[in-house]
Design a protein around this ligand. Structure first.
Ligand code: HEC
Ligand code: HEC
Length: 379
């Protein structure tokens, strides 16, 4: 049973891009596409601290809390009664939220510097005394932050790193020559495999279908619109931050558009990924969280993307690792990628690919009718 739960939240988020899909679909009202986003207290029954935020940020904030403390939702909530305050942990969490907001307001000009994770580090009781070493000369709680590694050699500029990447995948012209892509393969979660199909069209259209035994899970993004449909649930509209993430994945699918995606690139100290040196670039965009891009130093290829979704309490990370680059039609694309979040990871492997096959735009139209109806709140 546990596997199933992990799976559904993973896959929904996966294809969705932000990790909130299934849970949101369960706990929030289905979106009606109204122009002004409703606030948390308009949608939920018992909001005392997180008032005034767009309602679609509440469940992502909860996922941030759960990941920060290393717990599941039921650590603080009764099943199917999220509004109730029966558990002491929920009441403590409310105090903690107030404390955290006050610390940041009073000491960090309101910037989100101290978060639940800053103290809790994945445990419900934070460690408050330094840990005594168990081994000779080993450091505990070492954190891989991009800033702590001194680096002697001057790294290449952002333009050089991006230029080399585009050259390595086949050159800007070749990459720009790919306008559609159809990929078939499988998605692996733990030891289970499911067939998957990805259909994409330049620049920002992409539909991913995972064939589960119980029906197809479909995620689509088409410009400013994104949706998710899972068997037995109404079609769920993505929130703006989900659309942003899904859209970026769709655009990254066509390497030639990489430079247009971001406003500016900053070179970060290099890091290691699986024992190999990587150049790190931070791509910034207006009013959206930054994105980190990792390029293998030897091959020049993009090996990791780390992106974030903002929540009122902190950022939820998604890491995508790319591998098995294959050349088809003069353009190299990854045939394997692993999507990882604090609550789990899964891998997609491509077995067949076609490019530049004409695909009609209506292939990317949002399904109008609900997939089917089911009790909301079902867990
Ligand atoms: C560490 C405790 C904690 C964990 C873990 C937690 N929550 Fe919460 N949750 C809260 C608190 C506290 C509130 C009330 C926030 C407020 O008053 O502003 C809340 C509120 C909610 C609400 C609003 C209910 C209503 O109608 O008022 C929902 C829905 C919710 N949480 C879902 C989740 C989900 C889904 C998860 C698992 C991903 C989760 N929570 C994990 C503490 C927690
Ligand atoms: C400045 C550090 C700090 C921050 C930030 C912080 N906590 Fe805590 N939290 C603590 C400490 C310390 C304890 C343990 C107190 C104890 O041992 O009784 C604790 C305990 C808790 C507990 C009770 C755990 C249990 O097992 O009973 C919950 C729930 C909790 N925190 C939730 C949160 C949430 C949610 C956030 C973010 C909104 C958060 N905390 C942010 C320091 C922090």
């Amino acid at each position: 049973m546990r596997v199933k739960i992990l799976l559904s939240s993973c896959v929904a988020g996966a294809v969705l891009g932000s990790g909130a899909g299934t849970l949101r679909a369960q706990s929030a009202q289905p979106s009606t596409g109204t122009a002004t986003p409703r606030t948390t207290e308009q949608v939920y029954k018992n909001i005392q601290v997180l008032k005034g935020f767009p309602s679609d940020q509440l469940v992502p904030a909860m996922q941030f809390v759960a990941a920060s403390l290393g717990v599941q939702c039921d650590f603080c909530h009764l099943e199917n009664a999220f509004e109730k305050d029966d558990k002491e942990t929920k009441q403590t969490a409310r105090k903690m939220m107030r404390m955290m907001l006050a610390i940041n307001k009073d000491n960090f000009d309101g910037q989100q510097k101290v978060t639940c994770y800053a103290c809790h580090r994945g445990a419900h009781k934070p460690v408050i005394t330094p840990i005594v070493s168990e081994e000779e000369g080993e450091f505990v709680a070492e954190e891989k932050m991009p800033h702590d590694k001194p680096n002697a050699a001057t790294p290449p500029s952002a333009d050089q790193i991006l230029g080399r990447y585009l050259q390595t995948v086949g050159g800007v012209d070749a990459a720009a020559g790919v306008s559609t892509r159809i990929q078939k393969g499988r998605l692996t979660v733990g030891s289970e495999h499911f067939p998957i199909e990805v259909v994409a069209k330049m620049p920002d259209k992409r539909v991913t279908t995972v064939h589960f035994p119980g029906g197809d899970s479909i995620t689509g993004v088409n410009g400013d619109e994104g949706w998710l449909s899972t068997p037995g649930r109404a079609v769920h509209d993505m929130s703006p931050s989900e659309v942003d993430a899904a859209r970026m994945d769709a655009e990254l699918f066509f390497p030639a558009s990489l430079k247009q995606l971001f406003k500016e690139f900053r070179v970060e100290p290099q890091e290691q990924i699986s024992g190999r040196e990587a150049y790190v670039l931070t791509g910034t965009r207006d009013n959206l969280p930054p994105v980190q891009l990792y390029f293998d130093q030897q091959s020049g290829l993009l090996v990791r993307v780390l992106r974030f979704v903002e929540t009122p309490l902190g950022r939820n990370p998604t890491q995508i690792d790319y591998g098995d680059y294959c050349d088809q039609g003069g353009v190299k694309t990854p045939f394997r990628w692993t999507i990882a979040r604090p609550n789990g990871r899964f891998t997609i492997e491509i077995e067949q690919m076609q490019q530049n096959v004409p695909i009609k735009d209506d292939r990317f139209a949002k399904p109008s009718a609900p997939a089917s109806s089911q009790e909301p709140g079902e867990m």
